[in-house]
Ligand binder design. Structure first.
Ligand code: GLY
Length: 369
């Protein structure tokens, strides 16, 4: 039986975020959007295709929808313009028209690429997000950020294109490997840290159930987390102001991701970046020392890293400068005033950033100390 819960955008961009324990009620949503006579192209990756590709095809076909499927190799290394080009060729070959619909079935890479293709193919066609990882369910599928990496720079080419629907099947989290699951949790924790102390405390209280993927706790967690993201995106869809708060942990996180050649998962780098940002916040007397240590240590039970080895701190600093979050040549960094309240600062110095990187850097010397 469907246990569907819906988070509505009340203002532009208007679309529903539907949470359910199964895929079946997706059909009702497609009917509401008057999509049943359109052609669909499912865009997915090799991992997700092996688990859900055929089920999704059959589900859509059961309503008589004409549906095609395009699958690319799973992994961040596919998030580039070559994959976009191959998808354009597939769409042209299958005569996909402007009224047709793309369905992104997968994690953040699938959602970002599909959104970018939807924004640019025939000057824009509709797409819907069916995120299957925790990271995509709580963050990347909501808010219309689309794009690809370019020359090793994360998400360097892209645009805003809102999906017409985000459909979250919580059961997909049961087929997600543990490392991916906990990496996604970093973004959930981020939502509590930037804007909701009560939610942050709830996450700590429900730590055991979250680690065990208790279905009701996951439903509440995602509902609250998606709602936080929705409220911020609604206020500032194209990141002119408050939406930048969602970048907590991402300046140093993206730099580590690049320096480690994407060996660490995005969420793992975000956890490291949040620890570094909290450290700077403590050193600026925005946070108390105990708050810094509490934030750092709360990642541990969720199997997220709080230190990283084999990096060059100076190189990480240099990479932070090529991040998209620069303003007038200053790094725009999100810091914490307290748990549940973030601020955007543009005067963080290189030395502060370097000190924070050294704080999370686990060197060989530390190992023998
Ligand atoms: N992931 C941050 C944002 O959507 O703005």
């Amino acid at each position: 039986m469907s246990e569907r819960v819906i988070v509505n955008f009340q203002r532009k961009p208007c679309y529903d975020i539907v949470l359910d324990k199964g895929f079946d009620s997706l059909l009702e949503e497609l009917e509401l959007l008057q999509y049943l006579n359109q052609k669909f192209v499912i865009i997915t990756d090799s991992n997700v295709d092996a688990i859900y590709g055929n089920d999704m095809l059959s589900l859509l076909e059961s309503k008589g929808i004409s549906v095609y499927k395009y699958t690319f190799q799973a992994g961040e290394q596919s998030k580039n313009l070559d994959t976009v080009k191959n998808i354009y060729s597939f769409l042209i070959e299958h005569r996909i028209e402007r009224k047709d619909v793309l369905l992104a079935l997968g994690g953040g890479v699938v959602g970002d690429i599909t959104g970018y293709v939807a924004a640019t193919y025939l000057r824009g066609i509709d797409f819907i997000q069916v995120p299957t990882t925790l990271l995509a369910q709580t963050d990347s599928s909501i808010g219309g950020k689309t794009g690809v990496d370019f020359d090793g720079y994360k998400n360097m080419v892209g645009c805003f294109k809102m999906p017409r629907l985000v459909f979250i099947n919580l059961e997909a989290l049961n087929t997600l490997d543990e490392r991916q699951y906990f990496a996604g949790f970093a973004e959930v924790m981020k939502h509590g840290l930037i804007s909701d102390l009560t939610f942050y405390e709830w996450l700590i209280e429900n730590m055991y159930e979250i680690c065990e993927k208790d279905p009701d706790v996951l439903m509440e967690m995602l509902l609250r987390s998606c709602n936080i993201k929705k409220v911020i995106v609604e206020k500032d869809p194209t990141e002119k102001s408050v939406r930048a708060l969602l970048n907590l942990g991402h300046t140093i996180g993206h730099a580590i991701e690049k320096a480690k050649n994407f060996e660490l998962l995005h969420g793992e780098c975000v956890a490291l970046g949040i620890v570094a940002a909290a450290f700077i916040s403590w050193k600026r007397n925005l946070l108390k020392m105990e708050e810094y240590y509490e934030i750092r240590d709360m990642f541990v039970p969720f199997y997220l890293p709080i230190s990283v080895d084999n990096i060059e701190p100076e190189q990480i600093l240099a990479y932070t400068k090529s991040d998209k979050k620069m303003e007038n040549a200053h790094i725009k960094m999100v810091l914490l005033k307290k748990i549940g309240k973030a601020v955007i600062e543009t005067d963080v110095t290189d030395q502060e950033i370097l000190d924070a990187i050294n704080e999370i850097y686990f060197s060989e010397e530390d190992a023998y100390a």
